[in-house]
Design a protein around this ligand. Sequence first.
Ligand SMILES: [Zn+2]
Ligand SMILES: [Zn+2]
Length: 160
Amino acid sequence: MSLDNRPVFTGGCQCGAVRFRIEGALGRASICHCRMCQKAFGAFYAPLVSVEVDRLRWTRREPRRFRSSNHVLRGFCETCGTPLTYEAPDGLALAIGAFDDPSTIAPEVQFGGEAKLAYADHLADLPMRETIEDGAEISYLADIRSLQHPDHDTDPKDPT
Ligand SMILES: [Zn+2]
Ligand SMILES: [Zn+2]
């Protein structure tokens, strides 16, 4: 929480070059199935939460932007490629997975239904495994070390 008790949300890209901080409540969380969002996220759909622009600060580098249409910019980390923003004339949204704690940002609505991949409705039915279960078959998992930026702000001089 910030000094005046407004909630604070932080997050950033996988390498930590781009970090963001929001003071105050987030807007509506959604997933978008549209073809533009599939491409921009390299995924079945885009998980996004709207944010008031004046509550958002980029605390390290800003994202680089790709203009995906005459009205929309897509922000991403130019070092590691993490998708970060959807920026339209009527507002900005951040990628939910880029937050340090995405667990509380549950989507409430779906958009872009015309492009929805049919199997997107059945993902929850797929068999589930945990990473550790594959340890015996995938030998490199035994001594794997993450180089991903941790899920909290760090001293820029000491990124671990
Ligand atoms: Zn990055
Ligand atoms: Zn979309």
